[in-house]
Design a protein around this ligand. Structure first.
Ligand SMILES: CC1=C(CCC(=O)O)c2cc3nc(cc4[nH]c(cc5[nH]c(cc1n2)c(C)c5CCC(=O)O)c(CCC(=O)O)c4C)C(CCC(=O)O)=C3C
Ligand SMILES: [Fe+2]
Length: 302
């Protein structure tokens, strides 16, 4: 089916305990002009969860789900896992792949979109990790998949489910990670988000109004980032007389910290203060349709 001899699951990485939190945050923000106060605040989000990011278990579970999908469809490829910011570090995974005799791998990234943070930075990660390993395997990133049914359909079901938990007339609010306006390929990132949100909205609540907003901004206040921020937007909707919101984290593939804290704690808390009914839609996570995407994308590659 493919000329690749391995699949590489490539993700962001996250701390596995309290002592990992600061070194992890330093890895993420090295050279990126993030204020120290923001780091300390984000550190608290992780401590609230025992210093453990949910993203690691999500990656382990997704890896198993991909392996099951491969097995069920007769795809005989090993699946490896490596991260940008924490163990298992990508370079160590690439070294292991080399030792195992892997020559050519396809990378499935836990981000569905184009843009610098969501795509280009992962390409840089691959190049840097390969530079560290003599005679490293070739690694091709699989294409962005924000428009694929395997990504979109789980969100359609999740949006319907969130709406079903709310009174009639709830507003669909799609949310994605903000990025600086100056970030390379920001326009493409936004265009893809709008398209994905539009597709999900059309299928989940035909004809109903919806919004795309942003969350988790981290730069200095002087630097413009994508807006509006979700909490400001909830206030605006409340002011307009909207009584309920179904929040769909369309910018993410799993319930990692940006979802568990910034939405389930912060945005839900703001909604509660406002008396706004709030339901958060699930992310694709290990949905079998999502776990089938690596196989489907591989099948399109020579
Ligand atoms: C577009 C985008 C995605 C979606 C695409 C994708 O999924 O890759 C994403 C995902 C994630 N971001 C994550 C964590 C963090 N991101 C930070 C900082 C930043 N993110 C940015 C953008 C994005 N980030 C940007 C422009 C910055 C500023 C610094 C820089 O220019 O790079 C910081 C620093 C502290 C802070 O928040 O200020 C942390 C801790 C985690 C792991 C969560 C967990 O542990 O469960 C995940 C999945
Ligand atoms: Fe981030």
């Amino acid at each position: 089916m493919t000329s690749y001899d391995a699949l590489l699951l490539l993700s962001f990485g996250g701390p596995e305990g309290p002592e990992d939190v600061i070194p992890f945050l330093e890895n993420v923000t090295r050279g990126r002009n993030i204020p120290r106060e923001r780091l300390e605040k984000v550190g608290e989000h992780y401590y609230l969860f025992g210093g453990v990011s949910p993203i690691n278990r999500l990656c382990r579970d997704l890896k198993s789900a991909i392996e099951s999908d491969f097995a069920a469809h007769g795809v005989d490829l090993p699946v490896y896992w490596g991260n940008r910011n924490w163990t298992p570090y990508l370079a160590d995974t690439v070294r292991q792949m080399k030792e195992d005799g892997i020559r050519r791998a396809a990378a499935f990234v836990t981000s569905a979109y184009s843009g610098y943070s969501a795509n280009d930075q992962y390409l840089n990660d691959i190049a840097r990790a390969r530079d560290e390993v003599p005679d490293a395997p070739e690694i091709d990133k699989l294409p962005v998949y924000c428009d694929r049914p395997g990504f979109v359909e789980p969100f359609v079901d999740a949006a319907k489910d969130a709406l079903s938990r709310l009174p009639e007339g709830a507003r669909l609010v799609f949310t994605a990670h903000s990025v600086p306006l100056s970030q390379p390929n920001r326009e493409l990132y936004v265009a893809e988000l709008e398209k994905a949100a539009e597709t999900v909205a059309r299928k989940a609540a035909p004809g109903a109004p919806w919004d795309l907003v942003y969350q988790s901004r981290s730069g200095p206040p002087s630097q413009p980032w994508l807006e509006p921020q979700i909490t400001d937007h909830l206030e605006k909707l409340h002011g307009e007389g909207v009584g309920a919101v179904a929040v769909v984290p369309i910018g993410f593939v799993s319930d990692h910290m940006e979802v568990k804290y910034d939405l389930d704690v912060e945005a839900a808390g703001r909604a509660a203060e406002l008396g706004l009914a709030f339901a958060r839609a699930a992310t694709p996570g290990t949905d079998p349709r999502f776990a089938a995407l690596p196989r489907e994308l591989l099948g399109e590659k020579p």
